[in-house]
Write a new protein. Sequence first.
Length: 214
Amino acid sequence: MNVLLDNLSLYGRGLLGTVELTVYAALLALALGFLMAAFRVAPVRSLRVLGTAWVTVLRNTPLTLLFFAVLLGLPRFGLVLPFTVFAVLALGCYTSAFICEAMRAGINTVPAGQGEAARSLGMTFRQTLGLVVLPQAFRSVIPPIGSTLIALAKNSAIAGSFSVVELLGVYKPLNEMGYGIVWSFVWIAVGYLLVTLTISAVFNALEKRYGVAR
């Protein structure tokens, strides 16, 4: 317990860093994921190809390699940003591929007649997708999106290896100060547990309110 009480501010900064990374990366992942899901079901072939390429490349790229590409590669092309922003980009883009596939699976559960009926009323593709298909699809994809964002919170630990303040990186200064590494990691694990349980509670509440009754 002394490890936590003596270094409460250090753990607090790490926990805050993890929460910020998770929130910002989740917002980016949701926005890109929904956009790429729309591309993948769009009637325009070039958009479908772009959506498929985005998902295929990111889902089959190790996240650590993507961190190296973003945090170390982009500055070579003149794009210099804080490492935290680069970490959000890497996490958000990577997770967006999984959000996209979850959303596309949800879109496929909506009966084709729904889209046909919307088009027969004169709705455009954008109106059909935004007003008819996505609201119904969202109800069925709440659990997988929640699971994906929980994985995002845990994946944020990689950012600590790239000079980004987050929870896992707390063990380094604690180790230098001579604290036992086991108890240092125990309280780090508790911090991640708090984050993931919070995400789980939010999505459980969403599922109860909006989810498909089974």
